[in-house]
Design a protein around this ligand. Structure first.
Ligand code: UD1
Length: 365
């Protein structure tokens, strides 16, 4: 029997993380994967370092698109992806999450009549000013097969009228975080490197457009971090670097600014922190499943289950609220809302059930 040929599109750091377990599962189940890297993220610490650490396969194609306005970046991806898709003629295209690489992968596939698979479907912040919300809506409504992390995400898709197959599969990012955390030593070396005591520091990240577009808002977030009164480790996304320099963050305060860190070190730092303070989607999930309270620097979240029991709190940009939330005691009962560690196997099984090699017609359900 011919093996299913899947072309996966990745481009941004969280997508390398999501792809790690699924690429391994494809290989284990005899599915041929062609991994295409759009080049949306290109710095060594944002891209190549993750490919190496997560043992991702070498990309079948690296499009080298780089940064630009949303239109420029997405358009460049579309043009280059179309060429690769015409040449590779895969049985389906798989996209992850909600980045511009997701949007471009989805559009390029459907315009060529190639079945589209969307992993992490049905999430909504209900804020269309977020570029990610627009990307999610488009990918979800174009997809032929949708993988939702939770039943409520699947319900959202049904409410929006999706008539394509939906499978609830849990979350690849959570599965990888838990697997990596299980193998960490009791006192990970990264704590010594930053001279940290377990549960006596905070790890913070800020990169959303809504938090970095205006200096005044970013300054408020930094004021909040400074008010916590604990050491703060702040790995800085390239988008945020100019603001950090302009506001002299990390000079004469308790904030330690550093380059983006390797994946396992971020998991270790989150696991041992008193709190994670972030505007990242992925870190909200990682923090709470690792048993660390999360403080989200936004007014809404698409990962609503993280709010259960007070594990995650939304604080917007109010400095006092940031400091108070970061110092709160962890809730007593742990929550584990994003599956049971079998997301990759479930995705592969559903793909094999719903998709057939294109020669024998596709998307059979
Ligand atoms: C993108 C995703 C966001 C995701 C994030 C993870 C979109 C719309 N947003 O945001 O959902 O949470 O990735 O990190 O796709 N830059 C570099 N080097 C790099 C990458 C980026 O210098 O390797 C700088 C460039 O100045 C660029 C800016 O960061 O203009 C923003 O990068 P971009 O990929 O457009 O968006 P992210 O903020 O990374």
């Amino acid at each position: 029997m011919t093996a299913l040929r899947v072309l996966s599109v990745v481009g941004a750091r969280p997508q390398f993380i999501k792809a790690a377990l699924l690429s391994r599962a494809f290989a284990a189940h005899g599915v041929t994967e062609l991994l295409v890297h759009t080049g949306q993220h290109y710095d060594e610490a944002m891209s190549a370092a993750f490919f190496a650490e997560l043992a991702l396969p070498q990309p079948h194609a690296a499009l080298g698109v780089g940064s630009g306005t949303h239109a420029q970046q997405t358009a460049e991806m579309l043009v280059r992806l179309e060429r690769v898709l015409l040449d590779a003629d895969p049985d389906c295209v798989l996209v992850y999450g909600d980045t511009n690489s997701t949007l471009a992968g989805a559009l390029a596939a459907v315009k060529l009549g190639i079945p589209l698979v969307h992993v992490e479907a049905g999430l909504r912040s209900f804020d269309r000013r977020m570029p990610e919300e627009v990307n999610r809506l488009v990918a979800d409504h174009l997809a032929d097969l949708l993988f939702a992390p939770t039943e409520s995400a699947a319900e959202q898709l049904r409410r929006e009228g999706t008539d394509r197959p939906i499978a609830v599969v849990g979350d690849l990012m959570v599965d990888l975080a838990l697997a990596v955390a299980r193998d960490l030593p009791a006192r990970p070396a990264v704590l010594d490197r930053f001279s940290l005591r377990s549960r006596a520091y905070v790890v913070a990240t800020i990169h959303r457009a809504s938090n970095t577009a205006q200096t005044a808002r970013f300054a408020q977030l930094i004021a909040g971090l400074r008010q916590i009164g604990l050491p703060v480790i702040f790995p800085v996304h390239p988008r945020t670097r100019p603001l950090v320099e302009a506001l002299r963050v990390g000079v004469d305060d308790e904030i330690t600014v550093c380059e983006p860190l390797p994946y396992a070190e971020m998991i270790a730092l989150q696991q041992h922190a008193r709190a994670v303070v972030t505007d990242s989607g992925g870190m909200q999930k990682e923090a709470i499943v690792l048993g660390t309270p999360c403080v989200t620097l936004r007014d809404e979240t698409e990962w609503t289950q993280t709010l259960e029991g007070g594990w995650n709190v939304l604080v917007g940009s109010d400095p006092a609220a940031i400091a108070r939330a970061a110092r709160r005691a962890p809730p007593v009962a742990r929550i584990m809302p994003y599956g049971d560690g079998t997301s990759a196997a479930r995705i592969v099984a559903a793909m094999l059930a719903h998709l057939t090699p294109r020669a024998a017609d596709s998307c059979a359900s």
